[in-house]
Design a binder for this molecule. Structure first.
Ligand SMILES: C[S@@+](CC[C@H](N)C(=O)[O-])C[C@H]1O[C@@H](n2cnc3c(N)ncnc32)[C@H](O)[C@@H]1O
Length: 288
């Protein structure tokens, strides 16, 4: 959910996540995590982690999935959460300690190049943290080297924007306030939708040394702006925390806020929030 269009084309994804985008994610962590939890739960169910497994969580963000996996693999298993944002990684350690989860450690590193002590691991996992590599084939070759032969990888990545009503509603509401892309966007450019093309995702994984690739769609109602958010709260969240909202010029913010809130209102379910469908792809592969 970090970026689209212009920023993805500039190839600045990793740098942005290491800086401002990582801090933005942390500042609204509960809202972001609440929003993607339904798809994350499906990805974790499908991954079915077992006690004793040693796992890497790629692009672990605020560590929500790392801690969930750590509980599933306890007491003998272990999770290493890997993220390029030092702000997020610092917060992860504190969060795990608060929850008394001792079988999880967090490392600040670029997953495209990181060499992690303890490799090879049994499993790799990522909820929406693997689509931002400037050179995905090289990055996934590095990830392949972290996992033992036959070890399993599970990824959740976004399906196409036009298959994601939560995105469509925001784009439609902000259409007068977003800069027009200068060139047609590259569908494989680093960014949230980089792996929406399943043929491209397969090609990247196969060339990186993964086999037995199975990709299945996963559609869930997601609370935009976090569980229980009102239309106004969700609009404020989009404009302050999401890349799409950050592209709106300051003078257009009041109009954009009103239009977003109006667009979200029909989808508001009391006690649940702004419930809009989100579609991801859940990919499973084995290290060949
Ligand atoms: C959309 S967030 C998802 C966070 C987390 N997986 C979750 O589901 O809550 C994407 C995460 O990927 C991380 N990321 C992006 N590029 C990365 C890279 N090259 N290496 C490690 N982490 C990266 C970002 O810092 C960010 O925390």
């Amino acid at each position: 959910m970090g970026a689209n269009g212009a920023e993805a084309e500039s190839g600045m994804e990793a740098e942005s996540w290491a800086g401002e985008m990582g801090r933005n994610w942390l500042a609204s962590l509960d809202r972001f995590e609440g929003m993607i939890q339904p798809i994350g739960d499906a990805a974790l169910d499908r991954a079915a982690f077992q006690p004793g497994e040693r796992v890497i969580d790629i692009g672990c963000g605020g560590g929500g999935t790392s801690i969930a996996i750590a509980k599933a693999v306890a007491p003998e298993g272990h999770v290493t959460g890997l993220d390029i944002s030092s702000d997020l990684i610092l917060s992860c350690g504190a969060r795990a300690s608060l929850q008394g989860q001792s079988n999880v450690t967090f490392i600040c590193a670029d997953a495209a190049t990181a060499q992690v002590n303890g490799a090879p691991f049994d499993r790799l996992f990522s909820r929406f943290g693997s689509m931002f590599f400037a050179d995905p084939k090289t990055a996934f070759r590095n990830l392949r080297a972290m996992v033992r032969d036959g070890g399993r990888m599970d990824l959740a990545v976004w399906a196409r924007p036009d298959e994601n009503p939560w995105m469509q509603v925001m784009q439609q509401a902000l259409k007068d306030d977003l800069p027009a892309p200068e060139t047609p966007p590259d569908p494989h450019a680093p960014g949230p939708f980089a792996f929406a093309d399943t043929a491209w995702l397969r090609e990247v994984l196969e060339q990186a040394g993964f086999a037995d690739i199975e990709i299945e769609p996963c559609q869930r109602a997601m609370p935009v702006g976090g569980a229980g958010a009102s239309p106004e709260e969700a609009a404020t969240f989009v404009l302050s925390a999401m890349h799409i909202g950050n592209q709106v010029a300051p003078e257009a913010l009041p109009r954009a806020q009103a239009r977003l809130a109006a667009a979200f209102a029909p989808h508001y379910v009391p006690g649940q929030g702004i419930m809009l469908a989100g579609k991801a792809l859940l990919a499973r592969a084995a290290a060949a």
